[in-house]
Design a protein around this ligand. Sequence first.
Ligand SMILES: Cc1cc2nc3c(=O)[nH]c(=O)nc-3n(C[C@H](O)[C@H](O)[C@H](O)COP(=O)(O)OP(=O)(O)OC[C@H]3O[C@@H](n4cnc5c(N)ncnc54)[C@H](O)[C@@H]3O)c2cc1C
Length: 455
Amino acid sequence: MLKQIVQRFTTNLEALASSSSSSSSSSRFDVHIKWKHLYHNRFRSMSSIPPHTTTTTTSYSVPKERVDCLVIGAGVVGIAVARALAVKDRDVLVIESAPTFGTGTSSRNSEVIHAGIYYPPNSFKATFCVRGREMLYDYCSKHDIPHKQIGKLIVATRSSEIPKLNDIINRAIQNGVDSLRMIDGTEAMEMEPELQCVKAILSPLSGIVDSHSLMLSLVGEAENQGATFTYNSTVIGGHHEGNQICLHISETKCLKEWKGTSILQPELVLIPKLVVNSAGLSAPILAKRFTGLQSRVVPPNYYARGCYFILSNTKGTPFRHLIYPIPEDGGLGVHVTLDLNGQIKFGPDVAWIDGVDDISSFLNKFDYSVHKDRVERFYPEIRKYYPNLKDDSLEPGYSGIRPKLSGPCQPPVDFVIQGEDIHGIPGLINLFGIESPGLTSSMAIAEYISTRFLG
Ligand SMILES: Cc1cc2nc3c(=O)[nH]c(=O)nc-3n(C[C@H](O)[C@H](O)[C@H](O)COP(=O)(O)OP(=O)(O)OC[C@H]3O[C@@H](n4cnc5c(N)ncnc54)[C@H](O)[C@@H]3O)c2cc1C
């Protein structure tokens, strides 16, 4: 099996090397690189350090390779960044610990294209959500990615909530979100006969997207532009040497087998000119393993699990729009989301959970269980706006975990994008706290990184 993979990889490398300018002619390939193989074969433009060189500041006696751009994590954000860098003709290597792309938070969310309503004006979240939404609709239309601009209603279910709706719409207008309309409960309930509310904001720009198709398309495009995705490979730490960051790489299999009784040694050290730490839930915990990076620049991280329950045992689809209550602490409230097949799911709720140790985090060993007892909290929340919800109509679905930078009862924190100006290490970009609206914002974050850090 390994032989086949190696052969396929070599063939593709040869194809890439021989295609002088037209990188679009190279086919999509599914690369699983063994490290020893990587060491013996060159990426395009990769310059090699003599085989037996050891670092001067560490005791690692392992192969070292220079790379141009390295992206850690193949979630939607890492993939979008890889594509944006590859489009600018940079050589890009993506290192992903899982066996394929998009197995983290990027496949455990509501798949909603947010309009950009809730976030503080001029924040990264507001700016990237508005820009990212425009880019996403455009990209989905051009690349036939399943999506639908179904619109959303944010509802006040009692008159005491109306001032909050006013605050939300004012903020959204400041964020440049167009076409919003405050409507009476009667109008909202005419649009959605199963809905109960006293007033609502109609957001026609909100929609849904098939996130897997999106990621597949972005990966394909990045690869066609010459980027290489390497799965089953984990960045376990790094150090700063001279003016460079050196990343310590291990096969994920070795991490799984590691008993914790010996020092964890990398199998390869990669020395990128530019590295984007887009490891999602693990990004801060990984940054703490970069010796030379001051610990004060790594923000505290918190985890808030959100569970979904699926509507079953109900005739037809009760709603055509996304229905959102007033936001709650830590999340947007237990809302109605439709997927592109018309299935209705409710969620996500908010449960603050403990993290896991660093290696378990890289292996995505978070607690994603959806306890069926939680459903008892869902019924009363949902019946505030959907009073006809029948008993026993909710079944456990799935859960996702929000990579948060503020804890319970603390105000929300913006996305954090750290470059050399913050932490002093040239070429290192840390992405922290990329929670919702990270899916919507992904292409705008990528655009920002490729513009600001590549010039
Ligand atoms: C419950 C929930 C609902 C949401 N709903 C929406 C929504 O409707 N709309 C929206 O816009 N956003 C939503 N979001 C936010 C959105 O899902 C995320 O912002 C986005 O998916 C983050 O993508 P990412 O690439 O940063 O992280 P991830 O998808 O988590 O990707 C990180 C990748 O890094 C890999 N990795 C980790 N450690 C290492 C390592 N050491 N070495 C190599 N690889 C590593 C992981 O395996 C993973 O594949 C939601 C989030 C949650 C939790």
